[in-house]
Write a protein that binds this ligand. Structure first.
Ligand SMILES: Nc1ncnc2c1ncn2[C@@H]1O[C@H](COP(=O)(O)OP(=O)(O)OP(=O)(O)O)[C@@H](O)[C@H]1O
Ligand SMILES: [Mg+2]
Length: 195
């Protein structure tokens, strides 16, 4: 009860801080994060990757998507199941033609391009967030989408969050369903939280 309230306060505060970053700063930091990610072992070894499509103030993912496809990786994007607060991986080939702006202001596959797969085919999931602790705990947008989705992955699958350094905080008010990520990549460092 208390933690839900505190989560909302932290969420509002950090989303607002992130809005103060200039577009240029976002692009520069995102570029550094993308470079670290594509050189990261777990990423290089992964073939089937689910990746969020960034909104304006999140770590940008377009460049990562393009480079992954050039390396013949399969890219899935999360199809949002609003009623169930869940995500379904949808395989995407052509980003410029297959996507459209969805209800939550997030790009989604057009119906005719749905290619849906179960979560247990994925090797790697790249996750957005509002705030993280160095231990991998995550505060998202408040739908609990990733908390429901991550437990459906294979045990061997790996999760990486992309975040700006300003999104790393000392503590996050946790609830019992909150699932940590295995690794966080910022413009400054790679924080591995699972051995
Ligand atoms: N596995 C689950 N089963 C049932 N309810 C859940 C589960 N995971 C999370 N929830 C509920 O979903 C709501 C939102 O969760 P939370 O505030 O942690 O969202 P979040 O992790 O910030 O959001 P998101 O992952 O969508 O970015 C909470 O009320 C939480 O109890
Ligand atoms: Mg949560």
């Amino acid at each position: 009860m208390m933690n839900k309230l505190n989560k909302n306060i932290l969420r509002k505060y950090l989303l607002n801080e992130r809005r103060n970053l200039t577009q240029r700063a976002i692009l520069e930091k995102s570029k550094r994060i993308a470079d670290m990610l594509v050189n990261f072992d777990r990423y290089r070894q992964s073939k089937k990757i689910m990746l969020y499509i960034s909104t304006k103030t999140e770590v940008q993912t377009k460049e990562i998507i393009m480079s992954a496809q050039q390396k013949n990786k399969e890219i899935y994007i999360p199809l949002i199941q609003k009623e169930k607060h869940d995500l379904i991986p949808s395989l995407v080939y052509d980003f410029d033609h297959e996507l459209t702006l969805g209800e939550l202001g997030i790009l989604q596959p057009k119906r005719e391009f749905y290619r849906l797969f179960p979560p247990d085919i994925l090797d790697l999931v790249i996750i957005p967030g509002v705030a993280f602790t160095a231990e991998g705990y995550r505060l998202g947008r408040g739908g609990g989408y990733y908390d429901r989705f991550i437990p459906k992955l294979r045990e061997e699958a790996y999760t990486i969050a992309l975040a700006f350094e300003m999104q790393i905080v000392k503590e996050i008010p946790l609830e019992e369903n909150d699932v940590p990520v295995d690794c966080i990549i910022t413009e400054k460092r790679i924080l591995k939280t699972r051995s």
